[in-house]
Design a protein around this ligand. Structure first.
Ligand SMILES: [Zn+2]
Length: 270
């Protein structure tokens, strides 16, 4: 399974009106794509800050924030998956029997996870990818929900480990013939000499990981990490299994900007 941006964006945005919540996340244990809520409805409790606003004049239901905890179970292998995070209440249109908006409104509570144990893979890593690379990617998938800068930092270290496995040296000789550690950029350039297309993709992923490691003027968003996932998933497939399109456009733009690209729709809603 390549990285499916649209699917990951909506995976855990589930309505509270349904006690039989199922999410189509790949099971971290067996890869089966249906996790079912063990008991419903989910446990939620309003945060103190949210509760303290109730007496304010402009208070509205949309201002309520709750914390939640879920326990899901894989419908195939029975692996338990614990999820916790925050909720938000949104006013949404109601629909008639014909499936069209009927002019009414209702409030629905949505769930935004900030921690998932064990964390599911957000894209399929090729089976023959070295275990050290897989291990670091699992760290990225776990950090993604709670700390995107830490996740971006882990993406950079994934690249270092990937280059290790591809036998790209960590040290190089200077003009004075001294052996010095190579920066990630220099290692990717060395790799690019033999693999220019793949090298460009790794360079784009590196630019996306930079704000996670060095800070920077641009604020990193989950959508930027999605760019990194989309490229990296494709690159790993190219390296370890087979064969490219939208990736080339994204890659080009990030390299031109030397950082995250402009998104037409803004960040993802969680
Ligand atoms: Zn399973």
């Amino acid at each position: 399974m390549p990285f499916e941006r649209d699917l990951v964006q909506t995976l855990f945005v589930v309505s509270s009106s349904n006690d039989e919540v199922q999410v189509h996340f790949p099971c971290p244990q067996c890869g089966h794509r249906i996790l079912k809520l063990v008991v419903g409805p989910p446990e939620t409790k309003e945060t103190r800050d949210s509760f303290m606003q109730h007496d304010e004049e402009c208070f509205a239901l949309e201002d309520v924030t709750r914390r939640f905890s879920f326990l899901f179970e894989c419908t195939d292998c029975r692996e338990p998956v614990a999820v916790c995070g925050v909720t938000a209440t949104w006013t949404v249109p109601t629909y008639g029997d014909d499936g069209e908006e009927d002019g009414g409104e209702e409030q629905e509570e949505y769930f935004y996870p900030q921690f998932i144990l064990p964390a599911p893979q957000l894209f399929a890593v090729p089976g023959n990818c070295p275990k050290e690379v897989k291990k670091e990617l699992n760290r990225v998938f776990s950090l993604f929900w709670c700390d995107i800068h830490a996740a971006a930092n882990a993406i950079r270290s994934t690249l270092e480990i990937l280059l290790d496995s591809l036998k790209v040296p960590r040290k190089g000789k200077t003009k004075k013939n001294e052996l010095r550690p190579l920066k990630l950029h220099g290692r990717i350039e060395r790799f690019s000499a033999k693999h220019p297309v793949l090298g460009k993709q790794l360079l784009a992923v590196k630019w996306l990981g930079n704000p996670g490691s060095h800070g920077g003027k641009e604020q990193l968003t989950k959508d930027d990490l999605f760019d990194a996932f989309e490229i990296l998933s494709h690159t790993l497939d190219e390296i370890y299994t087979a064969k490219q399109k939208k990736i080339e456009t994204i890659t080009k733009e990030i390299i031109r900007r030397k950082g995250p690209r402009k998104k037409p729709g803004g960040d993802v809603p969680f």
